[in-house]
Design a protein around this ligand. Structure first.
Ligand code: PMP
Length: 331
């Protein structure tokens, strides 16, 4: 890629244009060709750089953000890292409300990246004043010249992937892509990517990945939020206990749900099979691909693109720790 052969002005110029790599061993038993789009090549090591930068630059264009202003969000994960990085480069203050379930490691990373972190109790209802949602809203209201990113309910989340991830996949596969397999959290990636690709070729199938314990798959099938679907689960960033407006359910053809255990082992298998050290949801995407293959979704002529959302290094105390795996009863 041209960009990587010259000097760029700052780290944010490296967001997007992530590479695509052919998969060999991990998909050898399924018909067709398989490719991974590796979002860990973003400077913040995840797909969330794309939406964070898009939403911030949109606010700048609208005159809602100028240097010294404040960015507020509820996240301990990848979006927090991306926003903190962007804030450092562009000169904003970054305030993140995180749940006390977040590991100390993650909180330390966000602080290292210059963010102000408010740790909130996880075991209270979302509408409780102490929850991280309410805390973020309150900070936003009380802080003059601040914006609230609100990634689960922000249409710009979809637009970021419509403008970047979708076109990149189309170009990288020379328009030959037949299926994409995409993890659904906020739904921005699957909706934006899927919408763009279906506009190029309506025959492209958009295959979603959801977590056992989440309401997303059932909502896609019934358009009703079934609270009996909600159970605790470990995979971070996949599925949800609410319906995000940043998911366009009409773009998705079908969802598969994966278990914590299967996704964890698949992430570990992926490292050994391909040398690709990716995160927990990448394991979930490979696992879902296997489940789709078992249901005969693919033929020899197909070109299937799997999106791997982030890097494995963020999961050293989870799926890549034998101690954690034993604690879960997986090993
Ligand atoms: N995997 C990881 C690790 C994530 O952080 C996210 C974002 N929540 C996703 C997958 C899902 O992406 P999206 O929010 O665009 O649906």
């Amino acid at each position: 890629m041209d960009r990587n052969k010259k000097i760029v002005d700052n780290i944010l110029n490296l967001v997007g244009e992530t590479p695509m790599v052919r998969l060999h061993k991990i998909t050898k038993d399924f018909p067709g060709n398989y490719y991974a789009k590796i979002e860990a090549f973003n400077p913040g090591h995840s797909s969330k750089d794309r939406i964070a930068l898009h939403i911030v630059e949109n606010a700048e264009k609208k005159g809602l953000l100028k240097p010294g202003d404040t960015i507020v969000e509820t996240t301990s994960g990848n979006t927090g890292f991306s926003l903190a990085m962007i804030s450092l480069v562009k000169g904003y203050k970054c305030i993140l409300a995180v749940s006390d379930k977040s590991s100390q490691d993650k909180i330390d990373i966000l602080k290292t990246m210059g963010a102000e972190v408010h740790v909130c109790p996880a075991d209270v209802a979302a509408d409780d004043a102490r929850s991280y949602y309410e805390t973020a809203k309150r900070i936003h209201k009380q802080t003059p010249n601040s914006i609230y990113i609100n990634q689960y309910f922000n249409e710009l989340n979809i637009e970021a992937h419509y403008q970047t991830t979708g076109p990149e996949i189309w170009e990288q596969t020379n328009g030959k892509v037949t299926h994409v397999v995409v993890a659904s959290g906020t739904g921005g990636t699957i909706s934006g990517t899927g919408r763009f690709l279906k506009e190029q070729n309506p025959n492209i199938r958009v295959l979603g990945v959801d977590a056992i314990g989440s309401v997303i798959k059932k909502y896609h099938e019934t358009r009703e939020l079934d609270e009996t679907e909600i159970t605790p689960y470990k995979i971070e960033g996949l599925g949800k206990n609410l319906i995000p407006t940043s998911t366009d359910f009409d773009v998705v053809d079908v969802y598969e749900k994966v278990s914590d255990k299967d996704a964890a082992f698949k992430a570990r298998d992926l490292v050994k099979a391909e040398g690709i050290f990716a995160g927990y949801t990448s394991g979930a995407v490979v696992q879902a691909t296997e489940q789709y293959a078992a249901k005969n979704f693919f033929t020899e002529e197909n070109n299937v693109v799997l999106i791997f959302p982030d890097h494995g290094s963020r999961y050293m105390n989870k799926i890549y720790s034998d101690i954690w795996m034993k604690e879960q009863g997986f090993l």
